[in-house]
Write a protein that binds this ligand. Structure first.
Ligand SMILES: C[S@@+](CC[C@H](N)C(=O)[O-])C[C@H]1O[C@@H](n2cnc3c(N)ncnc32)[C@H](O)[C@@H]1O
Length: 197
């Protein structure tokens, strides 16, 4: 199988993951293999500036987040035999672009091992189930949402809003936001009217 230029051996992936759910819907699983453009991974790393122990939970064969991380950053990738669900060390930050079809389980495990979680996601994915929102309510809420208004520059977005969302364990305060516009990199929450002035 060849998805966006990368060959996946699904038999190997199937064997290596213990989660049956992972292989339930072939199309959904294929949609898990979308790649982050380098500029976007760079922006996320620069914006959230993680410190302490950092983990890329699914670095992909492109290693696009891991390449931007501190030298001692850890990683998992199922295609390279390192299953995130088997990673049980505590970390300060998890940052990456997770597989969407197993997002609920993925978030639960993320909260189990990390204080800060930043994931690149289509916005709808964050709130598409009550169970998910309840789980955030028990573990930690969204501290910051960074919107990417870049159209087809994230080709798999298909015009859906894409965000980097920062959850923090035991944080239940307000959510701030910032906005990344094509060619106009904004580092503070502000309105589009502010930008035009
Ligand atoms: C959306 S892709 C992101 C790839 C890369 N990090 C990027 O941002 O371009 C999700 C990645 O999760 C990996 N993956 C899926 N299940 C996994 C698991 N249980 N443990 C570790 N990696 C997994 C896939 O192989 C795939 O590389």
């Amino acid at each position: 199988m060849n998805v966006i230029g990368i060959k996946y051996n699904m038999e190997v992936v199937k064997k290596r993951t213990k989660r049956k759910k992972f292989m339930k819907h072939k199309e959904l699983v294929e949609s898990d293999y979308v790649l982050t453009p380098e500029w976007c991974a760079k922006d996320i790393m620069e914006y959230f500036a993680p410190t302490g122990k950092v983990l890329d939970p699914c670095r992909g064969l492109n290693k696009v987040f891991h390449n931007q991380m501190p030298n001692d950053a850890d990683w998992c990738e199922i295609q390279e035999g390192k299953n995130f669900f088997e990673y049980d060390k505590s970390v300060d930050w998890i940052i990456g672009n997770p597989p969407y079809s197993i997002f609920h389980d993925w978030m639960e495990h993320s909260f189990a091992i990390a204080d800060n979680i930043v994931y690149l996601l289509p916005t709808f994915k964050i709130f598409n189930a009550l169970g998910l929102c309840r789980m955030y309510g028990q573990n930690g809420w969204i501290k910051h949402i960074r919107f990417y208004d870049v159209g087809k520059e994230i080709e798999w977005s298909r015009s859906r809003p894409i965000v980097a969302v920062h959850f923090q364990k035991n944080y239940f305060g307000d959510t701030s936001w910032s906005y990344y516009e094509k060619g106009n990199k904004l580092f503070h929450p502000q309105t589009l009217i502010d930008v035009g002035q």
